[in-house]
Design a protein. Structure first.
Length: 194
């Protein structure tokens, strides 16, 4: 199936010029999960899984999906290790019915667990600061097959977020002329991987 055609059929986009995303007034993260299932993209990763809320959506939309969720579930900022352990237990409970596994590592440490070009898609939702978001995009893109889908959550401005700058820099430097952005409270930027 032609991936670009499938995207344009599933989402309704307003076209733009230059290297700007085509925004979709119709289409959410659930629509993206449906698209991945329709494309028969059955092997993917989620970087930054927290309680597994989007992982559950991905697995519910595609029962054949082999999903690996990567998250260290380690203390940081205002979250103690005890709280992170509680969140991880909730992830395990939420994901128990599905064909999903976890890797409890930082995303850069988990890269060695995957062959290059071995994934159908990647969904990045890890640390949102630029110094973390940019390497997640650069290095996880190498793990997704050419023609797969690469998606990054939280493409909007908020405190200490560098997601917009990281996505814009990556798509510009790699000459990705056509990429897409859902229109929801916490949008997803995505493109066909090169």
């Amino acid at each position: 199936m032609d991936v670009r055609k499938a995207i344009l059929e599933k989402f309704r986009f307003r076209g733009t010029r230059d290297n700007m995303p085509m925004s979709s007034p119709k289409g959410t993260r659930e629509t993206l999960a449906e698209l991945l299932e329709e494309l028969d993209f059955n092997k993917g990763i989620e970087v930054g899984s927290r309680k597994g809320h989007y992982a559950m959506v991905l697995c519910q939309k595609n029962p054949k999906l082999e999903l690996t969720c990567i998250d260290p579930w380690k203390a940081y900022s205002h979250l103690t290790q005890e709280k992170q352990d509680e969140i991880f237990e909730e992830w395990k409970k939420n994901m128990q019915p599905f064909n999903a596994k976890f890797i409890r590592k930082y995303s850069m440490d988990a890269l060695i667990d995957f062959e290059d070009r071995s994934l159908d898609f990647a969904f990045i939702d890890g640390n949102h600061e630029f110094d973390y978001a940019a390497p997640d995009i650069i290095f996880w893109a190498k793990k997704v097959k050419v023609g797969g889908i690469f998606a990054v959550h939280d493409y909007y401005n908020f405190y200490r977020s560098g997601v917009i700058k990281a996505v814009d820099a990556y798509t510009h430097c790699n000459r990705i002329k056509e990429w897409y952005c859902t229109q929801e409270k916490t949008p997803i930027a995505f493109w066909i991987n090169i």
